[in-house]
Design a protein around this ligand. Structure first.
Ligand code: H2U
Ligand code: ZN
Length: 350
């Protein structure tokens, strides 16, 4: 019998945040390499696009007109998935056919008046304004009595279904705690209970800092790493060094540090395949349902779909849909690749 080496043997890794497993097949990265890394044409976008519904001064699809905003701009989603309307009752047929009403408020956040920028290409002072907007929305929506959870996120790039290249994100706040944060609430609370109040992600961060193999970048307030249990090829998690549970709690220095680390991370992503890197990212913050949620640590997940080049993406299909997620490139190798690219954006070099 061979003794287990996760650099060689097919294995499963455990995700303690979701209580789920991911299969890792490191030997498959030795498969013959088919085709090289294609580069796509550099995308040229105007600073202002008269047909963009997010640019300053333009009309939106719903008929409203955007102000001549100079920094960030928040508005109610014209096609909101949820409504702030109280409805009572529920459906439950034998515990099998169940439904319950959900109320909520959905907003869109324009990161910048500039149509041509992305987080990677914005300056840290402008990204800091995005961080402030995230924090302000978290406080405002989270304080509403019927809102139990505030989800801040960004869908970046057409590959991820983003409807518009103008730099923007969304905030959906809901009267129920959705699946993913609900799982994380359970696992973090159970860990805290079992480890005398320690935090699951705080302890994970300590282990990762000691190990070092999965670190991508860091500063005095934040650490970015490829989680041991990452599913997406270049998935990362952004962790605060101080134990905080929401964006609203971040100090001035932590917000500046966050703006800096977000610029670094998104720049590294773009430099990997010299393309504006698509992803879904979002913050997992403590629910605002008046429960305690011991051990909750604020963190952001970045889930980028790209695998080998600007055009070759990972599909979560077949075995992954029916059994469990699987990856070839081990987390350690992905982190190493993200560390090895320059911290200066490739577009700023031409
Ligand atoms: P995405 O690119 O992540 O899909 O976000 C764009 C959001 O903006 C989307 O939810 C909203 C869409 O409903 N939107 C408006 O609220 N008004 C508009 O005029 C167009 C798009
Ligand atoms: Zn625009």
């Amino acid at each position: 019998m061979e003794s287990f080496d996760f650099r060689e043997h097919p294995h499963r890794r455990y995700n303690p945040l979701t209580d789920e497993w991911v299969m890792v097949s490191p030997h498959r990265t030795k498969r013959p390499w088919q085709g090289q890394v294609e580069k796509t044409q550099p995308e040229i976008r105007p600073i202002y696009d008269p047909t963009c519904y997010l640019c300053p001064g333009n009309a939106r699809a719903g008929g409203a007109q955007n102000p001549q905003y100079e920094h960030t701009f928040v508005f109610e989603n014209d096609f909101a998935a949820l409504m702030p309307v109280r409805v009572s009752g529920a459906v439950d047929e034998g515990g099998l056919l169940r439904a319950e009403p959900v109320e909520g408020i959905c907003r869109v956040l324009c990161f910048s008046p500039r149509h041509d920028l992305t987080l990677a290409e914005m300056d840290p002072a402008s990204i800091r304004r995005v961080v402030d907007a995230w924090a302000a929305q978290t406080s405002e929506l989270g304080a509403l009595p019927f809102i139990d959870y505030v989800q801040v996120f960004e869908n970046r790039g057409a590959l991820m279904g983003a409807s518009n290249p103008h730099p923007h994100g969304q905030i959906w706040s809901t009267s129920r705690v959705p699946n993913e944060p609900a799982k994380e609430a359970r696992t973090q609370a159970a860990y805290s209970e079992a480890h005398r109040g320690r935090s699951l992600l705080g302890d994970t961060l300590d282990l990762e800092l000691k190990d070092g193999r999965r670190l991508v970048c860091a500063n005095g307030h934040w650490v970015v790493l490829v989680p041991f249990w990452a599913v997406w090829p270049f998935e990362t998690i952004v962790l605060p060094r101080r134990q905080v549970a929401t964006l609203a709690e971040l100090t001035d220095a932590e917000r500046d540090g966050l703006a800096a680390i977000l610029k670094q991370l998104t720049t590294r992503y773009d430099n990997l395949f010299e393309v504006s890197f698509p992803y879904s990212m979002g913050w997992h913050q403590r629910p605002t349902d008046d429960q305690e949620h011991p051990g909750w640590t604020l963190h952001a997940h970045f889930y980028p779909p790209l695998l080998r080049s600007a055009t070759v993406r990972k599909f979560m299909v077949g075995f992954e849909m029916l059994a469990e997620p699987q990856r070839d490139i081990p987390a350690e190798a992905a982190a190493q690749r993200l560390r090895s690219v320059p911290e200066v954006h490739y577009r700023s070099l031409v």
